[in-house]
Design a protein around this ligand. Sequence first.
Ligand SMILES: Nc1ncnc2c1ncn2[C@@H]1O[C@H](COP(=O)(O)OP(=O)(O)OP(=O)(O)O)[C@@H](O)[C@H]1O
Ligand SMILES: O=P(O)(O)OC[C@H]1O[C@H](OP(=O)(O)OP(=O)(O)O)[C@H](O)[C@@H]1O
Length: 230
Amino acid sequence: MSLKLGVPSKGRLMDKTFAWFEKRGITLSRTGSDREYAGRVDGIDGVSLVLLSAGEIPRELAAGRLHLGVTGTDLVLEKLPLWEQQVEEIAQLGFGQADLIIAVPACWADVDTLDDLDAAAAGFRARHGHRLRIATKYHRLVRDFLTDAGVADYTLVDSQGATEGTVKNETAEAIADITSTGETLRANHLKILSDGLILRSQATLWRSRVAPLNPGDRQALELLLDRLAR
Ligand SMILES: Nc1ncnc2c1ncn2[C@@H]1O[C@H](COP(=O)(O)OP(=O)(O)OP(=O)(O)O)[C@@H](O)[C@H]1O
Ligand SMILES: O=P(O)(O)OC[C@H]1O[C@H](OP(=O)(O)OP(=O)(O)O)[C@H](O)[C@@H]1O
């Protein structure tokens, strides 16, 4: 057995995570072919690298199959309702910053706030006979946020990618998604509600509170955390 560290298997989070560990004297690398999801850890003993989807890391930490994992705050809070009992935040890594927001068509001149959205939703239902649709993959976070804001007359439609396109494609009237530069929103003629910020997210190193640790794992964990804290 060894201490299992989960890291996103591709894209911006993987590269920046590798660089973050490298700066602290721990080399993470992919081994084998480009398509083989195998990796290794150099610079510390007793730690193995698990490459997997950023979206699956919260579940693996909560199930205790990973001891440590790097993924965004947004994904942990969305996927783990009891996240504080299941994982502990070890370090915010200073990259992968993105805001989870609610956006509507830029041409909706009368809708700039959540109250406006609430009013528009009631009018929409009266006119169209069905509820205003909000496309998102962040179902739990969006529902909780809108409940707190007193917005009720809407329905969520699932969108696992290219969410900003759903409005043009007429499968939703509004969206809730992450934005970083804002370019995707602008390109799709959407505007953020002035009070529509649900969450600020960034890549974070998490520790599972439930993963079993044998004495060797415990030693490796202490050593690793000590190295990362320097
Ligand atoms: N444009 C962006 N800028 C910065 N961070 C982003 C951006 N888009 C996504 N992220 C962050 O990256 C993390 C992974 O996002 P996402 O689930 O979209 O991954 P993915 O690349 O689609 O990977 P996978 O499909 O394998 O899960 C999330 O925590 C998210 O907040
Ligand atoms: O504000 P911006 O800098 O334009 O970035 C925001 C975009 O980045 C993410 O998409 P990603 O590239 O992960 O693709 P996806 O649509 O498949 O989620 C996110 O879902 C937005 O669409």
